[in-house]
Write a protein that binds this ligand. Structure first.
Ligand code: IPE
Ligand code: IPE
Ligand code: MG
Length: 242
């Protein structure tokens, strides 16, 4: 990327970090080993995204539906997240990365909630990459929660009906982010699994066969290069050069 000045970094990249479990079991390891390796990959990708001037990186770390997994796996993931919030991400703060968390607060342990508050506070004034970590997140839940906030604001006459439109709706989502330019799902599956449905309405979608722990900067570069050649028409027709 650095050597190719013609390619402009996309503003908002989102990743469904899937395949940690299969990465581990295919190596005869426990699923938890895959989550550990996936966390390292995330750290690497976040540093790289910051370096190439991506403004927003949203990642799916834990869905509301992931609570269906065994208590052992959920517990391991929560401990890993706390470790990352309290240690690794504090280090990333030195690079100017701001960490924000999207998702519901219910069902999360107190120590998880504390570490979320902590990392958001520590990094709040950073002005480089915004790393949006989706934790206990579901897109349908987010849209429902936004609708309820709007209903409250209408009821209390804070806003009027005509102020609600598809742009102002963003402000009611968990975080006020720009629309997603590139949405990547690793791990061979071709579905969205309830991830950022509102923000992804015109995203270019890339499915990677790599399990997330194997995803790397080179693969991201090649996706960005591909994206730079796409003509995004937003419903319009192809523009003919004059
Ligand atoms: C994604 O990897 C991480 C989380 C959902 C927390 P998976 O754990 O879903 O890995 P696979 O899909 O089972 O391989
Ligand atoms: C989506 O992956 C959630 C995360 C990557 C955190 P899942 O593995 O939970 O999704 P499904 O079950 O394949 O749809
Ligand atoms: Mg999976």
């Amino acid at each position: 990327m650095e050597n190719n000045d013609k390619i402009k970094a996309p503003c908002h990249v989102a990743i469904i970090m899937d395949g940690n479990g299969r990465w581990a079991t295919s190596r005869g390891k426990k699923r938890s080993a895959g989550h550990k390796q996936g966390a390292k990959t995330l750290e690497q990708i976040a540093i790289y995204a910051n370096k190439i001037n991506i403004k927003y990186l949203s990642v799916y770390a834990f869905s509301t539906d992931n609570f269906k997994r065994s208590a052992e796996e959920v517990g391991f993931l929560m401990d890993l997240l706390i470790y990352y919030f309290n240690n690794k991400l504090v280090k990333l703060s030195k690079e100017g990365i701001r960490v924000i968390i999207s998702g519901r607060k219910d069902h999360l342990r107190n120590d998880v909630l504390e570490s979320i508050d902590n990392i958001q506070k520590i990094t709040k004034d950073n002005d480089r990459l915004v790393l949006n970590i989706c934790l206990n997140y579901g897109a349908q839940e987010e849209i429902v929660d936004a609708s309820l906030k709007i209903a409250n604001d209408l009821e209390s006459k804070k806003i009027t009906r005509d102020s609600i439109n598809k742009d102002s709706f963003y402000k009611y989502l968990y975080q006020d982010l720009p629309p997603i330019d590139i949405l990547i799902r690793t791990g061979k599956e071709h579905r969205l699994s309830n991830f950022m449905l509102y923000q992804a309405s015109y995203a270019e979608i890339y499915f990677s066969d790599s399990y997330f722990p194997d995803f790397n900067e080179k693969e991201l570069d090649s996706i960005i290069e591909d994206f730079s050649k796409v003509e995004r028409r937003y419903g319009d027709v192809k523009r003919i050069e004059k």
